[in-house]
Ligand binder design. Structure first.
Ligand SMILES: NC(=O)c1ccc[n+]([C@@H]2O[C@H](COP(=O)([O-])OP(=O)(O)OC[C@H]3O[C@@H](n4cnc5c(N)ncnc54)[C@H](O)[C@@H]3O)[C@@H](O)[C@H]2O)c1
Ligand SMILES: O=c1ccn([C@@H]2O[C@H](COP(=O)(O)OP(=O)(O)O[C@H]3O[C@H](CO)[C@@H](O)[C@H](O)[C@H]3O)[C@@H](O)[C@H]2O)c(=O)[nH]1
Length: 480
């Protein structure tokens, strides 16, 4: 089966980059990415390709290659659905904020709306692909909706979860470890649909990298992969606290255990806590699914990954207060970074939001610099927590566009995102303009602590011994 037209519903962090790469690699296929959000679509269509709504290294070049040739962004959802033989659903599936499963289950409202829209509009047979991350057995619900339209259109549902990580999306899409396709292997129609999707990816990937499974394995593999990755981060973060109490260095531990090929070296970086739109949401969803089958031990096991992560964020913030002589009231704390990781402008569930909230509750004055996140986004993140009024958030927290300015007259600097540029700053210049004693709290183990100590900074990095300047260390009342 030759695919000529692909439609993707959802022009977000996944829909945009994945479809741009499919269009780049499959020049004979027309790819239309649709979204209800007019502003987002207008940004994807902006004449200046640097203004596309998502910052990802290399993405603007891919979009430049394909846009207008065989890659289109549009708000005309119905037209794109009707024309396509293959429809990816790549809409948001956040944690439910209401009703049954509130705070745990995935909210499938947008998924269901897509299914109903496809059912209403389609006049020819379609392959419908779950690209969004979904609870296991969602495909059954989609099929139910699609098969009951009574207009004779036939649907095949495939699961094709996305494993790209933000900040390396283009790289991950160009050379993924694997592509996973789940479908109905029992019927000829199911096999044909799976093969059609395999053929799309085979334009640039070797066949061995394209894995086919049954639909349920594919859906559940996605949640499992995220749970395992996040579990490693929580595991090393748990060890980081033990390191701080014993003089062991978490970086050395990561290296030592990571060299064991059975453990492997990736996802062992201790941090202020993982963020991002996926890990927490997907583990909560997994916990909810396990509970709904009465598997309480399974649920408790995975929930601990989240409990540990929340603790790590709180612990980092509490440590700032403790080190700054048990109070930050009226003190300026400079934040370097707000994004949940480097090389992205995404801030969803970023640890920085929770650390800021904690410090603002302690009456600190927080000033934030991030190279890619907008002021509007930072305030939106903070307001969303509902901890204080919007006016108060704007009074207590300022967003500064210059890294040296943000550090001026600060009592302490907190590194919340591992942006490379932070390493290249003139740290002597920063030290000179700070209040003394000058503290750096490195939540990412990014900076050269020895160099900072030499300049005169006191440093506290996650999972490493605290270094207080001599004068303070000698004076026990100051070295708390
Ligand atoms: N962000 C990631 O790195 C990542 C990676 C892998 C998987 N995922 C999963 O992919 C899915 C999408 O994530 P995202 O980060 O791209 O979300 P996103 O919020 O950035 O984008 C989703 C888009 O879908 C649009 N949308 C919602 N309902 C619609 C409808 N009925 N019609 C048209 N447009 C609609 C929204 O306006 C939004 O622009 C989620 O299930 C997520 O868990 C995300
Ligand atoms: O050793 C590590 C690795 C990551 N992190 C943090 O963990 C979070 C998530 O990082 P990462 O996984 O690199 O980014 P995401 O874009 O959230 O990607 C994850 O979530 C996506 C959405 O489901 C999946 O597609 C990806 O495979 C999966 O890596 C970030 O806050 C990182 O700073 C650490 O603290 N230490």
């Amino acid at each position: 089966m030759k695919i000529k037209n692909i439609c993707c519903i959802g022009a977000g962090y996944v829909g945009g980059p994945t479809m741009a790469v499919i269009a780049q690699k499959c020049p004979e296929i027309n790819v239309t990415v649709v979204d209800l959000n007019e502003k987002r679509i207008a940004a994807w269509n902006d004449d200046n390709v640097e203004n596309i709504p998502i910052y990802e290294p290399g993405l603007s070049e891919v979009v430049k290659d394909a846009r207008g040739r065989n890659l289109f962004f549009s708000t005309d959802v119905d037209a794109a659905i009707d024309k396509a033989e293959m429809i990816f659903i790549s809409v948001n599936t956040p944690t439910k904020t209401y009703g049954i499963g509130k705070g745990m289950a995935a909210d499938l409202k947008w998924i269901e709306l897509c299914a109903r829209q496809i059912a209403r509009v389609a006049t020819t047979d379609k392959i419908v692909i779950e690209k969004s991350t979904l609870p296991v057995r969602t495909a059954a619900a989609l099929k139910d909706i699609l098969d009951h339209t009574g207009n004779g259109v036939k649907y095949q549902i495939l699961s094709n979860p996305e494993f790209l990580a933000e900040g390396t999306a283009v790289e991950d899409l160009h050379a993924p470890d694997r592509v996973l396709i789940g479908g109905d292997r029992e019927t000829a129609e199911g096999k044909t649909a799976m093969q059609a999707l395999v053929d799309v990816y085979a334009h640039w990937l070797p066949k061995e990298r394209i894995l086919t499974t049954n639909v349920w394995s594919s859906e559940l593999s996605k949640l499992t992969a995220n749970a395992f990755l996040a579990q490693r981060v929580s595991s090393i973060n748990a060890m980081s606290e033990l390191c701080e109490h014993t003089g062991a260095d978490v970086n050395e531990i990561s290296k030592a255990i990571g060299m064991d090929s059975r453990i492997g070296s990736k996802f062992l970086k201790a941090s202020v806590g993982f963020g991002g739109s996926c890990f927490q949401k997907d583990i909560l969803n997994l916990v909810y699914i396990a509970k709904s089958f009465g598997l309480n031990e399974v649920a408790d096991y995975w929930e601990q990954v989240i409990i540990m992560n929340d603790y790590q964020k709180r612990r980092f913030a509490a440590n700032i207060v403790k080190t700054l002589f048990n109070t930050v009231s009226g003190k300026k704390i400079a934040f370097l970074g707000w994004a949940f990781k480097k090389d992205t402008n995404d801030t969803r569930e970023s640890a920085a939001i929770y650390v800021a909230d904690y410090l603002l509750n302690e009456q600190a004055e927080v000033e934030v610099y991030d190279p890619k996140v907008t002021e509007e986004q930072i305030y939106a993140d903070l307001d969303y927590l509902g901890s204080r009024s919007e006016e108060e958030n704007r009074r207590l927290l300022k967003v500064i566009k210059d890294p040296y300015e943000v550090c001026k007259e600060a009592h302490g600097i907190a590194v919340l995102t591992e942006w490379d540029e932070f390493k290249t700053y003139d740290w002597q210049r920063i030290y000179d303009c700070m209040l003394k004693p000058a503290f750096v709290f490195d939540g990412r183990n990014l900076l050269d602590l020895q160099k900072l100590a030499k300049i005169g900074f006191s440093t506290a990095a996650v999972g490493r011994p605290i270094v207080l300047q001599e004068k303070m260390a000698e004076e026990p009342s100051l070295a708390i």
